[in-house]
Design a protein around this ligand. Sequence first.
Ligand code: RIB
Ligand code: CA
Length: 315
Amino acid sequence: MDNKKIPVILDGDPGHDDAIAWIIAAAQECFDIRAITTVAGNQTLDKVTYNARSIAALLDLDVEVAKGRELPLCSELITAPAFHGESGLDGADLPEPVKEESKLSAVEVMAKVLSESDEKVTIVATGPQTNVAALLLCHPELKDKIALIATMGGGLVNGNRTALAEFNIAVDPEAAYIVYHSGVPIQMSGLDVCEKAYITPEEWEKIRQMEGPVAEAVSKWLDFYFIHLKDLGWKGANMYDPCAVLSLAYPEIFTIREMNVDIDLSGEYTRGMTLADFRGFNKTNCKAVMDVDREKFVELIIKACEKYSKEVHHG
Ligand code: RIB
Ligand code: CA
């Protein structure tokens, strides 16, 4: 296997599952995290940026954390306090942020990382795609430096914000439209796989038993995050954003299909829908992640937490 690291930019709206996705990413030997950028979504921009800086401190990640777009391109901001709480990351006490947020904007940091990198960079987008769209609009000359946009977003059968629109797309459909029409390679982890990629309370009990602040934070986040999901009838905590990371690192445990996906912008009931054309006709714009070996997926989440726990143990 090629042990060359994959340079990544983590763009998201932490958010419990973004936070866990970033912990998983930071635990993988295969990733070289070049920057973290934040976008309004689960909570307001200030809140998700503070959370991102706290997560970086928890992981002792010495990377720039840059604030992105405060509002969607063409809509009012909708947030998700029912799932993520008032802070956007309720349930666990986190270390105070160590690094100040970057003086540059998310788009400026993304552009800097892309232009300075000797190799193409993957953007892992686990929130509304506002920053990614802004980058593509402001810096079309850097499109070829993007290896892949690995997203959590959309759903080819149903939504979760509305019957047909998944939250990240529903927050900013125009941004998703720009991304899916950019010609940049996309790997889409939509609800099709994410609603099968859940972790049960019995499974995350193993994480709670581990030593150290990361395991403690993850288990407490999952306790909080599952409260609302359980009320909605889910049997576990859906690990939406970790799918975007793990389908990049371990594609072999997922089922992935080439697909052509478009974004509806104007339907009364369909705005924010990711419309898949299953007919094929050789016109495809993304790899749609459709299924996962759930047990292997959960094992990888537990293993990522174990890595930090062992670091605590061995000092
Ligand atoms: O629909 C799930 C997505 O919306 C996840 O990215 C979660 O963090 C929220 O942003
Ligand atoms: Ca998210």
